[in-house]
Design a protein around this ligand. Structure first.
Ligand code: FE
Length: 343
Protein backbone atom coordinates (compact mmCIF):
# COMPACT_ATOMS: atom_id res chain seq x y z
CA UNK A 1 0.00 0.00 0.00
CA UNK A 2 2.68 2.37 1.06
CA UNK A 3 4.75 1.72 -2.05
CA UNK A 4 1.82 2.33 -4.42
CA UNK A 5 0.94 5.64 -2.65
CA UNK A 6 4.47 6.78 -3.21
CA UNK A 7 4.24 5.79 -6.88
CA UNK A 8 0.95 7.69 -7.22
CA UNK A 9 2.44 10.74 -5.61
CA UNK A 10 5.43 10.56 -7.89
CA UNK A 11 3.22 10.11 -10.95
CA UNK A 12 1.17 13.13 -9.94
CA UNK A 13 4.32 15.17 -9.53
CA UNK A 14 5.54 13.95 -12.91
CA UNK A 15 2.25 14.98 -14.55
CA UNK A 16 2.36 18.41 -12.94
CA UNK A 17 5.98 18.89 -13.94
CA UNK A 18 5.21 17.89 -17.52
CA UNK A 19 2.37 20.39 -17.93
CA UNK A 20 4.42 23.59 -18.25
CA UNK A 21 6.83 21.85 -20.61
CA UNK A 22 3.97 21.03 -22.96
CA UNK A 23 2.67 24.62 -22.70
CA UNK A 24 6.09 25.92 -23.68
CA UNK A 25 5.97 23.82 -26.83
CA UNK A 26 2.94 25.77 -28.07
CA UNK A 27 4.05 28.27 -30.69
CA UNK A 28 4.59 31.55 -28.86
CA UNK A 29 6.12 34.94 -29.32
CA UNK A 30 7.32 37.11 -26.45
CA UNK A 31 6.81 40.74 -27.27
CA UNK A 32 8.24 43.70 -25.37
CA UNK A 33 6.25 46.68 -26.54
CA UNK A 34 6.07 50.37 -25.76
CA UNK A 35 2.73 50.49 -27.59
CA UNK A 36 -0.57 50.58 -25.75
CA UNK A 37 -3.40 51.43 -28.09
CA UNK A 38 -6.95 50.14 -28.33
CA UNK A 39 -6.45 48.71 -31.82
CA UNK A 40 -3.54 46.57 -30.62
CA UNK A 41 -5.88 43.84 -29.34
CA UNK A 42 -7.16 43.23 -32.87
CA UNK A 43 -3.66 43.58 -34.29
CA UNK A 44 -2.27 40.79 -32.09
CA UNK A 45 -5.39 38.61 -32.18
CA UNK A 46 -5.34 38.55 -35.97
CA UNK A 47 -1.69 37.44 -35.97
CA UNK A 48 -2.53 34.56 -33.64
CA UNK A 49 -5.55 33.62 -35.76
CA UNK A 50 -3.46 33.56 -38.94
CA UNK A 51 -0.39 31.75 -37.57
CA UNK A 52 -1.44 29.91 -34.40
CA UNK A 53 1.38 31.76 -32.60
CA UNK A 54 0.30 33.03 -29.21
CA UNK A 55 1.66 36.45 -28.18
CA UNK A 56 2.83 37.12 -24.64
CA UNK A 57 3.09 40.83 -24.14
CA UNK A 58 5.10 42.95 -21.75
CA UNK A 59 4.12 46.59 -22.11
CA UNK A 60 6.18 49.39 -20.57
CA UNK A 61 7.85 52.66 -21.50
CA UNK A 62 10.52 52.64 -24.23
CA UNK A 63 13.41 53.30 -21.86
CA UNK A 64 12.13 50.85 -19.24
CA UNK A 65 12.02 48.05 -21.82
CA UNK A 66 15.57 48.77 -22.97
CA UNK A 67 16.76 48.76 -19.34
CA UNK A 68 14.94 45.49 -18.70
CA UNK A 69 16.55 43.86 -21.74
CA UNK A 70 19.99 45.06 -20.65
CA UNK A 71 19.40 43.48 -17.24
CA UNK A 72 18.10 40.20 -18.65
CA UNK A 73 20.97 39.80 -21.10
CA UNK A 74 21.27 36.40 -22.78
CA UNK A 75 18.60 34.96 -20.46
CA UNK A 76 15.91 37.28 -21.82
CA UNK A 77 12.72 35.55 -22.94
CA UNK A 78 11.92 38.45 -25.29
CA UNK A 79 11.77 37.90 -29.05
CA UNK A 80 10.76 41.33 -30.29
CA UNK A 81 11.22 44.89 -29.08
CA UNK A 82 8.79 47.55 -30.35
CA UNK A 83 9.73 51.14 -29.51
CA UNK A 84 9.59 54.59 -31.11
CA UNK A 85 12.07 57.03 -32.57
CA UNK A 86 15.32 56.77 -34.50
CA UNK A 87 17.32 57.90 -31.46
CA UNK A 88 16.06 54.99 -29.36
CA UNK A 89 16.20 52.32 -32.07
CA UNK A 90 19.75 53.33 -32.89
CA UNK A 91 20.74 53.27 -29.23
CA UNK A 92 19.21 49.81 -28.81
CA UNK A 93 21.17 48.67 -31.86
CA UNK A 94 24.41 50.19 -30.49
CA UNK A 95 24.18 48.24 -27.26
CA UNK A 96 23.66 45.05 -29.24
CA UNK A 97 20.03 44.31 -28.41
CA UNK A 98 19.00 43.32 -31.95
CA UNK A 99 20.02 40.62 -34.40
CA UNK A 100 19.94 41.34 -38.13
CA UNK A 101 17.02 39.95 -40.11
CA UNK A 102 17.07 39.25 -43.82
CA UNK A 103 13.54 39.14 -45.20
CA UNK A 104 12.54 39.70 -48.82
CA UNK A 105 9.01 40.58 -47.69
CA UNK A 106 10.21 43.30 -45.31
CA UNK A 107 12.72 44.68 -47.80
CA UNK A 108 10.14 44.81 -50.53
CA UNK A 109 7.37 46.40 -48.43
CA UNK A 110 9.24 48.85 -46.18
CA UNK A 111 10.99 51.75 -47.97
CA UNK A 112 14.78 51.73 -47.38
CA UNK A 113 14.71 55.07 -45.52
CA UNK A 114 12.43 53.54 -42.87
CA UNK A 115 14.61 50.56 -41.94
CA UNK A 116 18.14 49.75 -40.85
CA UNK A 117 20.23 48.76 -43.89
CA UNK A 118 21.50 45.73 -41.94
CA UNK A 119 18.02 44.62 -40.83
CA UNK A 120 18.45 45.33 -37.11
CA UNK A 121 15.18 47.28 -36.98
CA UNK A 122 12.27 48.17 -39.22
CA UNK A 123 9.82 51.08 -39.12
CA UNK A 124 6.12 50.24 -39.34
CA UNK A 125 4.50 53.66 -39.04
CA UNK A 126 5.71 57.22 -39.22
CA UNK A 127 4.88 60.53 -37.60
CA UNK A 128 5.98 64.09 -38.33
CA UNK A 129 7.41 66.73 -36.00
CA UNK A 130 5.46 69.89 -36.76
CA UNK A 131 5.00 73.40 -35.41
CA UNK A 132 1.74 74.11 -33.61
CA UNK A 133 1.07 77.81 -33.28
CA UNK A 134 -1.62 80.08 -31.92
CA UNK A 135 -4.23 81.32 -34.38
CA UNK A 136 -4.18 84.71 -32.66
CA UNK A 137 -1.05 86.82 -32.67
CA UNK A 138 1.14 84.51 -34.76
CA UNK A 139 1.70 85.13 -38.46
CA UNK A 140 1.96 81.64 -40.10
CA UNK A 141 4.72 83.06 -42.33
CA UNK A 142 6.95 83.41 -39.23
CA UNK A 143 6.65 79.71 -38.34
CA UNK A 144 7.13 78.03 -41.72
CA UNK A 145 10.41 76.27 -40.92
CA UNK A 146 12.43 74.82 -38.06
CA UNK A 147 14.95 77.60 -38.72
CA UNK A 148 12.17 80.10 -37.93
CA UNK A 149 12.31 78.95 -34.28
CA UNK A 150 15.64 80.79 -34.14
CA UNK A 151 14.26 83.92 -35.83
CA UNK A 152 14.40 87.06 -33.64
CA UNK A 153 10.73 87.62 -34.56
CA UNK A 154 9.93 84.60 -32.38
CA UNK A 155 11.70 85.92 -29.28
CA UNK A 156 9.81 84.84 -26.16
CA UNK A 157 7.42 82.64 -28.15
CA UNK A 158 9.03 79.22 -28.58
CA UNK A 159 8.07 76.19 -26.48
CA UNK A 160 9.49 72.68 -26.59
CA UNK A 161 10.03 69.72 -24.33
CA UNK A 162 13.58 68.83 -23.23
CA UNK A 163 16.24 68.91 -25.92
CA UNK A 164 17.51 65.55 -24.65
CA UNK A 165 14.21 63.84 -25.40
CA UNK A 166 14.59 61.44 -28.37
CA UNK A 167 12.00 63.39 -30.43
CA UNK A 168 14.12 66.54 -30.26
CA UNK A 169 17.45 64.71 -30.54
CA UNK A 170 16.26 63.18 -33.82
CA UNK A 171 15.15 66.59 -35.08
CA UNK A 172 18.55 68.09 -34.21
CA UNK A 173 20.14 65.03 -35.88
CA UNK A 174 18.25 65.90 -39.07
CA UNK A 175 19.39 69.55 -38.87
CA UNK A 176 22.96 68.27 -38.51
CA UNK A 177 22.58 66.22 -41.68
CA UNK A 178 21.21 69.19 -43.65
CA UNK A 179 23.08 72.15 -42.18
CA UNK A 180 26.22 70.83 -40.53
CA UNK A 181 27.49 71.31 -36.99
CA UNK A 182 28.17 75.07 -36.80
CA UNK A 183 24.80 76.15 -38.22
CA UNK A 184 22.89 73.60 -36.16
CA UNK A 185 24.55 74.73 -32.95
CA UNK A 186 23.86 78.39 -33.69
CA UNK A 187 20.24 77.48 -34.44
CA UNK A 188 19.83 75.49 -31.21
CA UNK A 189 21.33 78.33 -29.15
CA UNK A 190 19.01 80.90 -30.70
CA UNK A 191 16.01 78.58 -30.29
CA UNK A 192 16.78 78.36 -26.57
CA UNK A 193 17.16 82.16 -26.42
CA UNK A 194 13.70 82.47 -28.02
CA UNK A 195 11.95 80.24 -25.49
CA UNK A 196 8.82 81.48 -23.74
CA UNK A 197 9.63 79.29 -20.73
CA UNK A 198 12.16 76.65 -19.75
CA UNK A 199 11.41 73.23 -21.25
CA UNK A 200 8.96 71.13 -19.29
CA UNK A 201 6.26 68.54 -19.91
CA UNK A 202 5.62 66.50 -23.02
CA UNK A 203 4.36 67.46 -26.47
CA UNK A 204 0.71 67.61 -25.34
CA UNK A 205 1.68 70.12 -22.65
CA UNK A 206 3.25 72.35 -25.30
CA UNK A 207 0.02 72.30 -27.35
CA UNK A 208 -1.99 73.26 -24.26
CA UNK A 209 0.44 76.09 -23.52
CA UNK A 210 0.03 77.40 -27.08
CA UNK A 211 -3.77 77.33 -26.73
CA UNK A 212 -3.43 79.13 -23.39
CA UNK A 213 -1.32 81.84 -25.03
CA UNK A 214 1.75 81.04 -22.91
CA UNK A 215 3.65 80.01 -26.05
CA UNK A 216 3.34 81.30 -29.60
CA UNK A 217 4.73 78.21 -31.30
CA UNK A 218 5.71 74.72 -30.18
CA UNK A 219 7.47 71.63 -31.52
CA UNK A 220 5.02 68.72 -31.50
CA UNK A 221 4.60 65.23 -32.96
CA UNK A 222 1.56 65.01 -35.24
CA UNK A 223 -0.24 62.21 -33.38
CA UNK A 224 -0.60 64.31 -30.22
CA UNK A 225 -2.42 66.96 -32.23
CA UNK A 226 -4.44 64.39 -34.21
CA UNK A 227 -5.56 62.87 -30.89
CA UNK A 228 -6.97 66.24 -29.84
CA UNK A 229 -8.60 66.68 -33.26
CA UNK A 230 -10.42 63.36 -32.80
CA UNK A 231 -11.40 64.02 -29.20
CA UNK A 232 -15.01 64.83 -28.35
CA UNK A 233 -14.09 66.52 -25.05
CA UNK A 234 -15.05 70.21 -25.10
CA UNK A 235 -11.68 71.24 -23.59
CA UNK A 236 -9.82 69.42 -26.39
CA UNK A 237 -12.09 70.95 -29.07
CA UNK A 238 -11.23 74.36 -27.66
CA UNK A 239 -7.48 73.71 -27.84
CA UNK A 240 -7.83 72.69 -31.50
CA UNK A 241 -9.97 75.76 -32.25
CA UNK A 242 -7.29 78.09 -30.84
CA UNK A 243 -4.31 76.52 -32.63
CA UNK A 244 -3.06 75.59 -36.09
CA UNK A 245 -0.44 73.27 -37.56
CA UNK A 246 2.44 74.46 -39.72
CA UNK A 247 4.41 71.93 -41.79
CA UNK A 248 8.02 73.08 -41.48
CA UNK A 249 10.42 73.29 -44.40
CA UNK A 250 7.98 72.49 -47.18
CA UNK A 251 10.01 74.76 -49.45
CA UNK A 252 13.33 73.13 -48.58
CA UNK A 253 14.04 69.52 -47.52
CA UNK A 254 10.64 68.70 -46.03
CA UNK A 255 9.18 68.12 -42.57
CA UNK A 256 11.14 65.86 -40.19
CA UNK A 257 9.55 62.44 -39.84
CA UNK A 258 10.33 59.62 -37.46
CA UNK A 259 9.17 56.04 -36.97
CA UNK A 260 7.65 53.56 -34.61
CA UNK A 261 9.38 50.27 -35.19
CA UNK A 262 11.21 47.31 -33.84
CA UNK A 263 13.39 44.34 -34.46
CA UNK A 264 14.20 40.78 -33.47
CA UNK A 265 16.20 40.58 -30.27
CA UNK A 266 19.66 39.02 -30.22
CA UNK A 267 18.71 36.27 -27.77
CA UNK A 268 15.20 35.66 -29.12
CA UNK A 269 14.16 32.12 -28.17
CA UNK A 270 11.58 32.07 -31.00
CA UNK A 271 13.41 33.68 -33.88
CA UNK A 272 11.25 32.25 -36.69
CA UNK A 273 8.05 33.37 -35.01
CA UNK A 274 9.57 36.79 -34.48
CA UNK A 275 10.40 37.22 -38.18
CA UNK A 276 6.86 36.08 -39.05
CA UNK A 277 5.53 38.74 -36.72
CA UNK A 278 7.58 41.54 -38.31
CA UNK A 279 6.42 40.39 -41.76
CA UNK A 280 2.85 40.40 -40.49
CA UNK A 281 3.29 44.00 -39.26
CA UNK A 282 4.18 44.98 -42.83
CA UNK A 283 1.00 43.36 -44.23
CA UNK A 284 -1.83 45.57 -45.49
CA UNK A 285 -4.17 44.67 -42.64
CA UNK A 286 -1.64 45.10 -39.83
CA UNK A 287 -0.31 48.33 -41.32
CA UNK A 288 -3.72 49.92 -40.95
CA UNK A 289 -4.11 48.83 -37.31
CA UNK A 290 -0.54 49.74 -36.43
CA UNK A 291 -0.64 53.24 -37.94
CA UNK A 292 -4.22 54.16 -37.13
CA UNK A 293 -3.93 53.05 -33.51
CA UNK A 294 -1.74 56.08 -32.86
CA UNK A 295 -2.90 58.39 -35.69
CA UNK A 296 0.24 57.77 -37.74
CA UNK A 297 0.93 56.99 -41.39
CA UNK A 298 1.70 53.44 -42.57
CA UNK A 299 5.22 53.00 -43.99
CA UNK A 300 3.98 50.70 -46.78
CA UNK A 301 3.17 53.11 -49.60
CA UNK A 302 0.25 51.16 -51.10
CA UNK A 303 -1.62 51.15 -47.76
CA UNK A 304 -3.98 54.02 -47.05
CA UNK A 305 -5.38 54.79 -43.64
CA UNK A 306 -8.82 56.37 -43.39
CA UNK A 307 -8.16 58.73 -40.52
CA UNK A 308 -10.27 61.91 -40.36
CA UNK A 309 -7.63 63.85 -38.39
CA UNK A 310 -4.77 62.95 -40.75
CA UNK A 311 -6.99 63.77 -43.73
CA UNK A 312 -7.81 67.15 -42.21
CA UNK A 313 -4.10 67.82 -41.62
CA UNK A 314 -3.56 67.18 -45.34
CA UNK A 315 -0.66 66.00 -47.46
CA UNK A 316 2.89 67.21 -46.84
CA UNK A 317 6.42 66.76 -48.11
CA UNK A 318 8.39 64.58 -45.65
CA UNK A 319 12.14 64.91 -45.22
CA UNK A 320 13.55 61.91 -47.15
CA UNK A 321 16.59 61.49 -44.84
CA UNK A 322 17.10 57.85 -43.86
CA UNK A 323 16.10 57.16 -40.26
CA UNK A 324 19.46 55.38 -39.82
CA UNK A 325 21.24 58.69 -40.58
CA UNK A 326 19.29 60.36 -37.78
CA UNK A 327 20.30 57.60 -35.39
CA UNK A 328 23.96 57.94 -36.30
CA UNK A 329 23.83 61.72 -35.68
CA UNK A 330 22.19 61.33 -32.28
CA UNK A 331 25.35 61.45 -30.11
CA UNK A 332 26.46 64.67 -31.80
CA UNK A 333 22.93 66.04 -31.50
CA UNK A 334 23.06 65.42 -27.74
CA UNK A 335 26.32 67.38 -27.49
CA UNK A 336 24.83 70.30 -29.40
CA UNK A 337 21.70 70.29 -27.25
CA UNK A 338 23.91 70.32 -24.12
CA UNK A 339 26.10 73.14 -25.39
CA UNK A 340 23.00 75.14 -26.36
CA UNK A 341 21.59 74.73 -22.85
CA UNK A 342 18.39 73.12 -24.19
CA UNK A 343 17.83 71.28 -20.93
FE1 FE B 1 5.06 60.19 -28.07
Amino acid sequence: MKASSVTCALLLLCTLAAAPVRAAEEPVLNLYSARHYQTDEALYANFTKATGIKINRIEAGDDQLVERLKGEGAASPADILLIVDAARLWQAQQIGLFQPVKSAALEQRIPPAFRDPDGNWFGFSYRARVLVHGKQGVDPATVASYEALADPRNKGKVCARSGSHPYNLSLVASMLAHEGEAKTEAWAKQLVANMARSPRGGDSDQIKAVAAGECGVALVNTYYYARLMRSTKPEDREIVAKTAVSWPDQKTWGTHVNIAGGGVLKHAPHRENAVKFLEYLASDEAQIYFADGNNEWPVVKSVAVKNPALEALGAFKPDPLPIATLGRNTPEAQKIVDRAGWK
